[in-house]
Design a protein. Structure first.
Length: 492
């Protein structure tokens, strides 16, 4: 009998420590923002310098322990490293919220940090406009860094061993496939961050020109492209009541929810690859369909006219389907206009579907839903023509039976986790509408919701908050790398 391979501590600790060490330096960036806005130096040091020292010291200790085994990481250890690294990043990222006094409760601070790094956007801060600029920027920075993944950033260093770096990217990379843009994974990581930074700069300029001040423009550009949804205003994007700002953000949200390989091709002048991509066309078709239905529903069942019905519909559809979480109007029970039940239901459906593979978005991903539809069509066709051989293909590539089984199992597992989290929330006293939308939002890393979950999540019971934290973590890692850490066989 073949002996099981033990999970080795040295390569695990070494790689996690390296990731934490790299991450620690972004804790110093908000100091610049705090200095620009003349914030108290002592408070800034307490909020960011102390966490930096703790984080860097912890990362260095772990790296030092496993430094000789970093390049010996195997697949199981890579997936474990991805899972544990997200948990630790969120823990260290919570320190500024706790030490600044913005969120003194540990669970709330961890929730806020996890929500940032997984680009979810659900928040525990009731009044974000009272938070110092440095902390607001920190919230946005966690989402911006989490957008393409901390591990994709770390891979620049880890790529000295191609196998280890690829394993880490596979464990965390958005979507279920990886397309190399350059021969070396390190060059691919650099190129992705270059494209990401360019879009962020362009988005900032466009929002600034549309009427936002420079600080808000930068923050909203960062969180829109990261499909995160953290805002510097209590009313989110609705604070500005500007169709022009909303239009710019719709563009940025669509960019963030599109496969970055297609962005790379488009920048190189190969626009046809973008417009011919089957998943991208399916995603745009979904946006158009849901926008049309919600527009009609709002027009018929609310006091909105055609213009406002379309304006609010297109923004919320792109925000929910792209797993962003911005609001251009209050759709909760205390909002100025009560949204119809069908529109709210469709928004929850969109949160479950999500964005494209290879994007910063979350949830099931459009391509899995597309393949599911094609599988249903094939089964119906085989009932009519039992002897027919009907392959399923996407983008000219035939989907193998093994891939079909994997996708089917993942969808079932996703729904099961969604139902379990919903049941936990119901068990703590939350109502059905809030529980369903909060679960879909957390697992899909959306950051939006309906009913009471359309606002901050402070009303949830501590047990519910922990369940939502785990759901966000599961969703960001696409379930498997997180789930495997709960099986004893992983460590044998």
């Amino acid at each position: 009998m073949r002996r099981a391979i033990d999970l080795r501590l040295e390569p695990l600790a070494g790689n996690i420590g390296l990731g934490i060490g790299l991450f620690s330096f972004i804790l110093l960036v908000p100091l610049v923002v705090g200095g620009i806005y003349h914030e108290d130096a002592v408070e800034l040091a307490k909020a960011f310098v102390v966490p930096f020292a703790v984080t860097f010291g912890s990362g260095f200790a772990m790296w030092y322990y496993g430094r000789h085994a970093i390049e010996q990481m195997r697949e199981r250890e890579a997936f474990a490293a991805a899972g544990y690294l997200w948990l630790l990043m969120a823990a260290f990222g919570a320190l500024p919220f706790v030490l600044s006094g913005v969120l003194p409760n540990g669970i709330d601070a961890y929730f806020e940090s996890m929500s940032g790094f997984v680009t979810c956007g659900n928040s525990m801060i009731a009044d974000v406009e009272s938070v110092p600029h440095s902390l607001l920027f920190w919230r946005s920075l966690t989402q911006w860094v989490g957008g393409l993944g901390i591990l994709v950033l770390s891979v620049v260093i880890l790529s000295r061993v191609l196998g280890g770096s690829l394993l880490l990217v596979k464990a965390e990379s958005p979507g279920h496939t990886i397309t190399r843009l350059r021969p070396k994974i390190r060059d691919t990581a650099r190129l992705l961050w270059g494209i990401y930074s360019l879009y962020t700069l362009l988005g900032t300029v466009l929002l600034w020109g549309a009427g936002m001040d420079l600080f808000d423009s930068l923050n909203h550009s960062m969180t829109a492209l990261a499909t995160g949804g953290f805002s510097t205003k209590n009313a989110s994007v609705g604070h500005y009541s500007s169709p022009l700002i909303e239009g710019v953000l719709v563009l940025l949200m669509v960019i963030g929810s599109t496969n970055f390989y297609l962005h790379y091709e488009a920048i190189r002048g190969r626009w046809r690859k973008l417009v011919r991509d089957e998943e991208f066309r399916f995603y745009l078709a979904m946006l158009a369909f849901f926008t049309g239905v919600v527009t009609v529903d709002l027009l018929v069942n609310t006091r909105y006219g055609l213009g406002n019905s379309f304006r609010y519909a297109v923004f919320q559809v792109v925000s929910f389907n792209g797993t962003v979480g911005f609001f251009s109007t209050d759709i909760g029970p205390t909002g100025p206009v009560q949204w119809p039940g069908m529109s709210l239901f469709l928004l929850v459906v969109m949160m479950l579907i999500g964005a494209c593979t290879g994007s910063t978005g979350g949830a099931l991903k459009a391509v899995r839903v597309l393949i599911l539809f094609k599988a249903i069509k094939r089964e119906i066709g085989m009932i009519v023509h039992p002897r027919a051989v009907i392959p399923i293909s996407v983008g000219g590539q035939v989907i193998t039976d093994k891939a079909m089984r994997s996708i089917g199992v993942f969808i079932i597992l996703y729904v099961m986790v969604f139902l379990v989290v919903t049941a936990v929330l119901l068990g703590t006293g939350a109502n059905l509408a809030s529980s369903l939308s909060a679960s879909a939002s957390a697992l899909g890393n959306v950051g939006a919701g309906t009913d009471l979950a359309a606002g901050t999540y402070t009303f949830f019971h501590p047990v519910a908050k922990v369940a939502l934290i785990l759901a966000m973590w599961f969703g960001r890692l696409e379930i498997y790398p997180a789930l495997m850490l709960f099986f004893p066989s992983t460590y044998k």
